[in-house]
Design a protein around this ligand. Structure first.
Ligand SMILES: [Fe+2]
Ligand SMILES: [Fe+2]
Length: 241
């Protein structure tokens, strides 16, 4: 069962909020990196969006037991990420980058008009899988850039979590391809029109959306699932014209 395998992976990779050395945060080092703090704030708002984003998907996927289980892991760990990022920003104490409850409520309120259609489930799942992969690369890159050691440690854990989340979504899509091979075409089309679900709540800069490494990782992931990567598919479409 997909859930059992991913639950086992989540449990064995689990890190604890209690073992993060919060009091060892080098505030001066953190405050010297305002761009990183701003990125963490955006990431916190995206993670804090999960309690409304994940249920929206779950309700649509109610008859796919594995999907609801994988999304429940995402919900649980996403909320953990939100809490850790918020706590980190509180410790650093830079007012501009703090995430107030009201800020999160406002961000969620901006998504209240979004409705999902059941016949586009494959698109949402593909975008979810790719968003998690982009998040993994985003956290890894931030972790390499920062000079603040506690943040580097935290981002390392979170980046690995996101890779697992992406793999979970991949397993759900693989199961759907096994049941109906035409799903692969839908996945390819969705990957070509990738949109990060985080852009429901924050502006994701184009430079990040176009992150080369993340795009290559997405290509590999889609090729594993569909036998063809989005870039190859586009080329094929152009030549067949
Ligand atoms: Fe996350
Ligand atoms: Fe995630």
């Amino acid at each position: 069962m997909i859930y059992e395998e991913h639950l086992r992976a989540a449990e064995s990779a689990a890190w604890s909020m209690a073992t993060i050395p919060w009091s060892a945060i080098d505030r001066d080092a953190a405050r010297a990196e305002p761009e990183i703090l701003a990125s963490l704030r955006d990431a916190a708002l995206i993670e804090g969006y999960l309690p409304t984003f994940a249920p929206r998907l779950m309700l649509l996927l109610w008859d796919d037991i594995d999907a609801t289980a994988i999304l429940s892991l995402e919900l649980y760990e996403g909320l953990k990420h939100y809490t850790a990022l918020r706590k980190y920003l509180d410790f650093v104490g830079e007012e501009a980058s703090r995430v107030s409850e009201q800020a999160l409520v406002d961000a969620r309120e901006g998504t209240s008009g979004i409705t999902y259609r059941r016949d586009e489930i494959i698109t949402y799942l593909t975008h979810f899988m790719c968003s998690e992969l982009f998040a993994a690369h985003f956290f890894r890159r931030l972790g390499e850039r920062t000079r603040e050691p506690v943040l580097a440690e935290l981002l390392g854990y979170m980046s690995r979590d996101e890779l697992r989340h992406s793999a979970g979504a991949g397993a759900l899509l693989k199961k759907r391809i096994a049941a109906n091979s035409q799903v692969a075409d839908e996945i390819l089309a969705a990957a070509e029109n990738f949109r990060h679900y985080g852009s429901d709540v924050v502006d994701i800069p184009l430079a990040e959306e176009n992150d080369f490494e993340a795009i290559m990782a997405m290509n590999r992931k889609i090729r594993q699932l569909c036998g063809l990567a989005p870039t190859e598919h586009l080329k094929e479409e152009l030549t067949n014209g």
